[in-house]
Write a protein that binds this ligand. Structure first.
Ligand code: HEC
Length: 157
């Protein structure tokens, strides 16, 4: 087995611990396309909520609730596509914005995933609890911040 995520070994963890087993069998290009698709699904769901939060479109409670629930439901999907040999600088010939830093700081990348999943779950919960738009709007900001935080560290410009 070739090991790309050396820092994990330094910590005494095996790469298999961090990387989902099933996905490791996939070809790098399939994993890259998979995660990019899942991330576009997230972008699609986030878009209208962001637009409502910014006042670009009118707040629609039903649509907002659908988007918030969809986003929370898919929040765990992209990450299994970040398998060995699929980052920038790896030899796969596919265009990707996933920086090699992900491999150098796998733990930091996982923390970013967790923060995002929590913020998305909180938003869906707030919708469920019937919170006012002013509160939902703030939470959309927190979700957006969690997207941006990861992009700033781990995605190419
Ligand atoms: C844990 C890190 C992380 C989080 C959190 C995250 N992203 Fe990303 N995102 C990435 C990385 C890395 C890429 C580049 C993937 C690639 O090109 O292989 C990316 C790419 C994308 C893309 C482009 C997909 C494509 O078609 O190539 C979109 C859209 C996107 N993210 C939206 C979002 C939205 C919206 C959120 C929050 C709701 C979010 N992301 C949260 C890391 C993250």
């Amino acid at each position: 087995m070739t090991v790309t995520f050396r820092p994990l070994l330094a910590l005494g963890l095996s790469a298999a611990l961090a990387l989902p087993l099933a996905a490791q069998a996939a070809e790098p290009e399939d994993a890259i396309h998979y995660r990019q698709s899942a991330l576009s699904v997230m972008g699609w769901q986030m878009g209208p909520m962001g637009a409502m939060a910014q006042g670009d479109i009118e707040y629609d409670a039903d649509e907002f609730a659908t988007r918030a629930n969809n986003l929370a439901a898919v929040a765990h999907l992209p990450w299994e596509g970040f398998t060995e040999g699929t980052l920038q600088g790896d030899d796969h010939g596919v265009e990707t914005d996933a920086l090699a830093d992900i491999g150098d700081d796998w733990e930091g990348f996982e923390e970013r995933q967790e923060t995002f999943k929590q913020e998305a779950a909180t938003l869906a919960q707030m919708v469920d609890d019937g919170e006012e738009f002013s509160a939902l709007r703030r939470q959309v900001g927190a979700v957006g911040k969690s997207c941006k935080g990861c992009h700033d560290d781990f995605r190419a410009e």
